[in-house]
Ligand binder design. Structure first.
Ligand code: BGC
Length: 714
C-alpha cells in the first residue's frame, strides 16, 4: 500500500502543549479564591513589568513574595533565546521555506527548552504579522505573505514552545511597516482584517492555546492596537475565546492608562509607565476606570500563572547544558538545509557533485578549482540586531562551511577566497558569489540604534526602499559574471530580492536567507549535493515593484487591500512564484481525490519521485471560486504537505480543508458566510502552476430541508 502522509497532523503538532492541558474550571476557582484575598495594589503589581532593563536577559513581571506569586520572566525571540549564548536558528522566514510544520514544532521546542533552562517562562515569539510587502524591515522574523501558511507554521511553533514555556504570538495586529511603526494606522476593512490579517492569530489562540498575545505599536483604523477594543476584546476574547493575557509591546505599546485597560490590555511592558499606582489610582478616582477592570486583568495574568504552575516549571527547568547542545545545533543545521531554496540551476551546474570533484577518482586529473567571492562568504550573518537577535557561541560562515565540507569528504578540489582583483576568476572552474543583506539594511527599527549607526552613514534595520541588492553586492555579481566561467550565487537576506538585472547571466541561484549558526555547513551540504534542496519560497519574488501592493514607508495611513503576495499578481508572471523551489530530482503529481465529509473536504494527491536521488516535495493546495459575486483572489492557499521520497517512490498526501476556512466575512452581518458558488481545489508544486484540480458546488437554496445548503460535486 502507498505510504500515507497527513499534511498537518494535529495530534503530532500539538503533542505536549501544556496550554492545551489547563483544567479551566479548577484553575478559574483558584484564581477567584486568590484574587479575593488581594488588595488593589497587589493586583496592580500583577499587571506591569518590573523595570525597563532585563535581569540576566529576562523581563520580569508581577513578582509577589508575600502572596507567593512567581513572576513572568519574558525573553525574546523568534530565532532563539535572546539571553546569554543560545542556539541561533535560521530566521523564521527561512524556516517558513521548509514548509515543514513538524520541523517548526521542533524548533519551537528547542527554543522553549533553552528559554526554560535560562530561567525564562514566557517566550516573546512567534512573530506572525503577515508579510504584506517584502520591504518590511522585520520580514525575516515572520513566516510569509500567505495567511494559511503563516498560521500553520506559527501554530506549530506555539505548540512546540508550549511544551516548555508560554508562547506569545505577536504583534496583534497588522504590524507590517517598520519606520513608522509607532504611529502609522493600518486602514483596513473588516473583511480584509478577518480573512487576511487575523486567521493566523486565531489559529494560534484556538488550536495552539497561546498563553499570551503581544499587542502591536501601530494603529488599526486610527485606534492604537493597545487601546483597540475591537481587537483586544471583541475579536480576541469574545469571538476566539482567548484565555491568556495581552501584554503591550515594549515602551510605546500601552499609550494610556484607562483606555488601554478598558480596551483589554492586561500587562504593560517592560514597566508601569502608564500602569503606575498613581495613574491607575487617579483614573479610578476620576471615573475613567473601574477597579473591576484591574481585577479582570490580574485574573487573566493569574490564570496563566496558576494554569502553568510557574513555581513547578522553575523547579523542573532543564539544565543549562541543553543550551547549544549537540541536538539543538544539529537541528539548526537540519532546518538550514531544508530552508535553502534553489531558484535557478542552469545545465545542472549544481550539485558540485562527487563526480565533478573527483572525490572517488584515482586518476591524476587536476583538481576542480573554485573561487569564492563576496565578503559575506567570510562573515557571520545571522539576521537583524533588534529584539530577535541571538548570540551563539560559534557560527559557521559559508566559507568555513565549504572548506570543511571539502576536507571532510576528501574532495579533489581547491578553494580560494578572492577578495578583490576579480580578473583572476577566469582561471577557476567556477565561482561562488555570496551576496545579500545584513542587519544594516533591514531589520527591526530601533531609533537609538539608528543614531548609534549614524557615523558610517548606514542605517541599522528598518524597511527597504527598493528590493534590489545594495550596489556593492551587485558589483560582486557583475564581476563574477564578467570573469568567471560559471557563476553560482548564494543569496543571504530576510525577504524577497529583485534579481532581474543579473539572473539571466548567472548559472545558479541559491536563496540561503539568514541561515543561523550552522548555516555555512548547510550551504555547503546543498551546493555539494550531500543534501537535496527542498526549500520553497514563502514570499513571491517579483519581476517589478508594480507586482506588489504600494509600500509607502513614510505614510501614516496605509490602506490594506484584500490582495497581497501571489494573490496580488493577477495574471502577471513574477520572477519566482510563491511556493517555488527546485530540487536535484523531479516529482510528479497524480490522482487528486476530493471527498466531502460532514464539515469539510479531504483531499488526497499522490506524489512520485521520478528522478535518481532522494528528495522532498511540497504539494500545495489552492482554492479558487467560480461564479463568485464577491471579490476573490485567483487562488488562495488552503494546505501544503511535505514528503520525503526515495527515487521511484510514491506517497499519498492527505489534506483537510474545513468549511470554516471556505467562508467569507460578510461585513453587513458581521459574520462568516458560505457563498453559493463553485469551489475548485487545485494542487501544484508552486502557486503559478496548478497540475490537478477538482470542484464542488455549494448551493444554499437547493434543498429546502437543509438550511445549511448542500454541496454537490461538479
Ligand atoms: C519589539 C517586540 C519585542 C520587544 C521586547 C519590541 O520593540 O517590537 O517584538 O518582543 O521589543 O524586546
Amino acid at each position: 500500500m502507498t505510504r500515507q502522509i497527513i499534511a498537518f497532523d494535529n495530534e503530532q503538532i500539538h503533542a505536549g502543549n501544556k496550554g492545551l492541558a489547563i483544567d479551566h474550571d479548577a484553575v478559574t476557582k483558584r484564581v477567584d479564591a486568590l484574587l479575593s484575598t488581594m488588595t488593589l495594589a497587589q493586583k496592580i503589581n500583577q499587571i506591569r513589568g518590573l523595570q525597563p532593563e532585563t535581569i540576566d536577559g529576562l523581563y520580569y513581571a508581577g513578582e509577589d513574595n508575600d502572596l507567593n506569586i512567581a513572576p513572568f520572566k519574558m525573553v525574546d525571540g523568534p530565532r532563539g533565546a535572546r539571553t546569554g549564548n543560545a542556539t541561533a536558528f535560521p530566521v523564521a522566514i527561512a524556516r517558513a521555506a521548509t514548509f515543514d510544520v513538524a520541523l517548526e514544532r521542533r524548533v519551537g521546542m528547542a527554543i522553549g527548552r533553552e528559554v526554560a533552562a535560562r530561567g525564562g517562562n514566557v517566550l516573546l515569539a512567534p512573530t506572525i504579522n503577515l508579510l504584506r510587502h517584502p520591504g518590511w524591515g522585520r520580514a525575516q522574523e515572520t513566516y510569509s505573505e500567505d495567511t494559511y501558511h503563516t498560521g500553520a507554521m506559527g501554530v506549530a511553533f506555539v505548540s512546540g514552545t508550549q511544551n516548555y514555556v508560554l508562547a506569545s504570538p505577536k504583534h496583534l495586529a497588522v504590524n507590517n511597516v517598520e519606520i513608522t511603526r509607532f504611529d502609522m494606522s493600518a486602514d483596513i476593512s473588516a473583511r480584509v482584517l478577518h480573512e487576511v490579517y487575523l486567521p493566523h492569530f486565531k489559529r494560534c489562540v484556538i488550536e495552539g492555546a497561546a498563553a499570551s498575545i503581544m499587542s502591536a505599536y501601530n494603529k488599526v483604523n486610527g485606534v492604537y492596537c493597545g487601546e483597540n477594543e475591537t481587537l483586544l476584546t471583541t475579536i480576541l476574547r469574545d469571538d476566539w475565546g482567548f484565555r491568556g493575557f495581552v501584554e503591550s509591546d515594549w515602551f510605546l505599546g500601552a499609550r494610556s492608562t484607562a483606555a488601554s485597560l478598558n480596551a483589554g490590555m492586561d500587562i504593560e511592558m517592560p514597566t508601569g509607565f502608564r500602569f503606575s499606582d498613581e495613574k491607575i489610582q487617579s483614573a479610578i478616582e476620576n471615573g475613567e476606570l473601574d477597579e473591576e477592570t484591574i481585577s479582570r486583568a490580574a485574573a487573566r495574568v493569574l490564570y496563566q500563572k496558576i494554569g502553568w504552575n510557574l513555581q513547578a516549571m522553575a523547579e523542573d527547568a532543564p539544565d543549562t547544558n541543553v543550551i547549544e547542545c549537540a541536538a539543538h545545533l544539529s537541528l539548526a543545521r537540519e532546518v538550514a538545509q531544508k530552508s535553502m531554496v534553489l531558484l535557478k540551476n542552469e545545465n545542472q551546474v549544481l550539485p558540485i557533485s562527487a563526480a565533478t570533484t573527483g572525490a572517488q577518482s584515482t586518476d591524476s586529473a587536476p583538481p576542480l578549482s573554485i573561487a569564492i567571492v563576496g565578503h559575506l562568504a567570510n562573515t557571520i550573518n545571522l539576521g537583524d540586531r533588534g529584539s530577535s537577535m541571538v548570540t551563539p557561541t560559534e557560527a559557521i560562515t559559508p566559507l568555513a562551511g565549504i572548506l570543511s565540507h571539502i576536507e571532510d569528504h576528501g574532495y579533489h578540489c581547491t578553494v580560494d577566497f578572492v577578495e578583490n582583483e576579480f580578473s583572476c576568476l577566469e582561471h577557476y572552474d567556477m565561482c561562488i558569489a555570496v551576496v545579500g543583506f545584513t542587519y544594516r539594511e533591514e531589520g527591526e527599527f530601533i531609533p537609538t540604534q539608528q543614531v548609534e549607526a549614524g557615523n558610517d552613514g548606514l542605517a541599522r534595520g528598518g524597511d527597504r526602499e527598493n528590493l534590489t541588492l545594495p550596489d556593492g553586492q551587485r558589483a560582486i555579481i557583475e564581476a563574477a559574471i564578467k570573469h568567471a566561467k560559471k557563476t553560482i550565487v548564494v543569496l543571504e537576506g530576510g525577504s524577497a530580492v529583485q534579481v532581474r538585472d543579473w539572473i539571466d547571466k548567472v548559472d545558479a541561484l541559491l536563496m540561503a536567507w539568514y541561515p543561523g549558526c550552522r548555516g555555512g555547513e548547510a550551504i555547503a551540504d546543498v551546493l555539494f549535493g550531500a543534501i537535496n534542496p527542498s526549500g520553497k519560497l514563502p514570499v513571491t519574488i517579483p519581476k517589478h515593484l508594480d507586482q506588489l501592493p504600494p509600500f509607502d514607508m513614510a505614510s501614516l495611513n496605509v490602506e490594506h487591500g484584500f490582495l497581497q503576495g501571489y494573490r496580488f499578481l493577477g495574471n502577471t508572471e513574477p520572477e519566482f512564484p510563491f511556493g517555488f523551489g527546485l530540487s536535484y530530482t523531479r516529482f510528479t503529481l497524480d490522482g487528486l481525490y476530493l471527498r466531502r465529509h460532514d464539515h469539510g473536504f479531504q483531499i488526497t494527491v499522490d506524489v512520485t519521485n521520478i528522478g535518481d536521488v532522494a528528495g522532498a516535495a511540497v504539494p500545495q493546495i489552492y482554492l479558487s471560486n467560480g461564479n463568485s459575486a464577491i471579490l476573490r483572489a485567483n487562488i488562495t492557499m488552503k494546505g501544503f504537505g511535505r514528503v520525503n521520497l526515495e527515487p521511484g517512490e510514491s506517497a499519498s498526501v492527505i489534506f483537510e480543508v474545513t468549511d470554516e476556512t471556505l467562508a467569507y466575512y460578510d461585513e453587513a452581518s458581521a459574520s462568516w458566510r458560505m457563498e453559493s458558488c463553485e469551489y475548485t481545489f487545485s494542487c501544484g508544486f508552486d502557486s503559478a502552476t496548478m497540475l490537478l484540480g477538482a470542484s464542488w458546488r455549494y448551493d444554499k437554496n437547493t434543498t429546502a430541508t437543509n438550511a445549511e445548503g448542500v454541496w454537490q460535486p461538479v
